[in-house]
Design a protein around this ligand. Structure first.
Ligand code: NAD
Length: 268
């Protein structure tokens, strides 16, 4: 895709699932990638290894640089360190991917305040703080920059027993639009993708169980779950100069899940 080669990207939560696929895809497009991980460096190293292998093939050094940055996006000091390390190592930051996210299931009337704060501080406050620091850098450099938030179909579809997750993704939709409007005149684009059911570790409860998987997929008009690579392809497009006139949008990538599938059949 046009305009990605040589750009510097930071991807949060890039040691598994969609974040890992985004890091790999951006490296394949010629971006330098800063791979954020929270706990397990070995998983981040796997992302790095696959990304460089796919980007460079047999060539030892094809010019794509990579960096592993430990950090918990619910901690402001970790975010400052993550962004500063990326800028120090790569010289600048052009693309921020707010991907890190968690979900828990609980009846809403039983959610403890600590758990409420934990989910919101990772999924929403973390995305805001990363965006804030990236935008400060874009403005200080007086260069364009782009942010892509990994939202969810639950940005618009309410999900009982997943209140904190749904709230965080709903908030992410507004974060995307508000930042896009506020900084559009400074060449900063802010967009989101909203994956539907995607085969990643966050969904082990049903992806590893063929009966559960069939139930989930029966609700998807296209009849199957999505892949991390399909999400990464859309992120690469939104980050590229092919999407230069797109800002403030959430692109739903869900096999038709947000199309009110119950209307496929007549109710009368
Ligand atoms: P995943 O569990 O593989 O990825 C989540 C990543 O976030 C992990 O690498 C994890 O280590 C990281 N993370 C969690 N807490 C963190 C923290 N405090 N600091 C830094 N990193 C942290 O699952 P995934 O499906 O790849 O999820 C990636 C994103 O996609 C999430 O934001 C999720 O909400 C979103 N999403 C996923 C689906 C799906 O069906 N898989 C659907 C819609 C949206």
């Amino acid at each position: 895709m046009k305009g990605l080669a040589g750009k510097n990207a930071l991807i949060t939560g890039a040691s598994s699932g969609i974040g890992q696929a985004i890091a790999i895809r951006l490296a394949q497009e010629g971006c330098n990638i800063a791979i954020n991980y929270r706990k397990t460096v070995e998983e981040a190293e796997t992302t790095e290894e696959i990304a460089l292998q796919k980007a460079c093939g047999q060539v030892n050094d094809c010019g794509v640089k990579s960096l592993l940055v430990q950090g918990d996006v619910s901690k402001e000091e970790d975010i400052l360190n993550m962004i500063n390390t990326t800028i120090d190592q790569f010289g600048s930051l052009d693309i921020l991917i707010n991907n890190a996210g968690v979900q828990t299931e609980s009846p809403s009337h039983e959610i403890e305040v600590d758990e409420f704060d934990r989910i919101l501080s990772i999924n929403l406050r973390g995305a805001f703080l990363c965006a804030r620091e990236a935008i400060k850098h874009f403005i200080a450099r007086n260069q364009p920059g782009t942010i892509i938030n990994i939202s969810s179909v639950h940005e618009v579809i309410p999900r009982p027993s997943y209140l904190t997750y749904s709230m965080s993704k709903g908030g992410m939709g507004n974060l995307t639009k508000t930042l896009a409007l506020e900084y559009a005149d400074r060449g900063i684009r802010v967009n989101a993708i909203a994956p539907g059911a995607t085969i990643t570790p966050i969904n082990e409860a049903w992806t590893e169980d063929s009966e559960q998987k069939a139930i989930v997929e029966s609700h998807i008009p296209m009849g199957r779950a999505g892949t991390s690579e399909e999400m990464a392809a859309a992120v690469a497009f939104l980050a590229s100069s092919e999407a230069a006139y797109i800002t403030g949008q959430t692109l739903f990538i869900d096999g038709g899940l947000t199309l009110y599938a119950d209307f496929r059949e007549s109710w009368s």
